[in-house]
Design a protein. Sequence first.
Length: 400
Amino acid sequence: MAGNTDGPEQTGRQLGAQLRQWLATDHATDHATNHATDRITDRITDPVSDLNPQWLANRWSDALGSDESLKAPLRDLAARPLFRQCLRQQGLARRTSLEQLGRELAATYSPGVLAQLLDLLEEFGQINLPRDGLPPANAPRRRQVRWLPLGRRLRPLAGGIALAAAAALVWMWSGAELDRLLFEDWGWSGGAVLVLVLALIEALLLAPPLRHWRRDALLASDLAGDSRHAWRWLSAAWVQPRRGEAVLNLIMLAVILGNSALQLPDVILRYALTSLATLIAVALVQPAAAPPRCWGGASGAVGALIGLAGSLSLLQRRDLGYTVNPLTIPAWVLLLIYAGLQLSWQSRERHQAAASGVSADRWGELLASPWCWGLLFGAGWGLVSWLLQLLHSLQSAAQA
């Protein structure tokens, strides 16, 4: 059989053999049930009925254990319509579909991942797939990302997105009630209350009994489309990925929103929706073959606030700053500090990954960062606001 069968790992072939066994077991069970109840007909029960994509991806994930390198590609493979078609076919039709599926995978994945997936398909179909022209598994990695249509990428995320959007309205109502009952009498601003809430959550997660909840509450890239983990879209905005980033985000929010006149419900709604928008962006651009990531925290919202102030400062040609007695901090200073620290953290993680033999994509890491998308969204909103102001000024001048 073609393929690299004498390498150090046999993961792909083991998974292919397990898939063939699952199908055979399903078929035998269905046939025995029909025979026992005297309901044998000309139509054989579909053995793929119980092998839905999510179930199959979970079984493969359990089989892989702690090995994370193939979990995301296998989840993508299980959801492909052509792969589902292969499970139902036999003989020459299955072989043709598997060859076409192999060509699709070759346009998507790196050589190492591709070799394992082709091994899986060969072992499952008991065939040899053509590998002429494919780069060897030990060739330097060249990222080849096949961008799926937006609707296809967005569909599995819809449940979590809808849950987080609905929760934002609940947070807004809760903020309005708390403001009316408590914080208005104290004279606290909405921004100060938001910083207090995030600081309390961070303090609770430092306690040993709750420490493990930090990672569980973040949005994991390989679970973003899993309906059983849709609640992560709701919790991710309120949990910071690491302590250093938590301190930085709290300081930035205190500086930017400390003297804001916005009421608490407005602050909470804008924070929740901005964080959700950045999480959607990073989940959509995450390639299926990329290493798993975890997202969350206030980085997206902080980046949007800094991007908005920075773009308005540039477009309006005036310094926009934040007063922290006795200092007035310009927006561009916050931008340099925040972007510099975020990039330094990413650089350190990239060097650690390189030391362990894992290749990293610098631009891919940047696009997989909520703070980067927050900057882009904030700058875009600043441009729209400036254009609207310019249009209003032109209309006023024309009417004068």
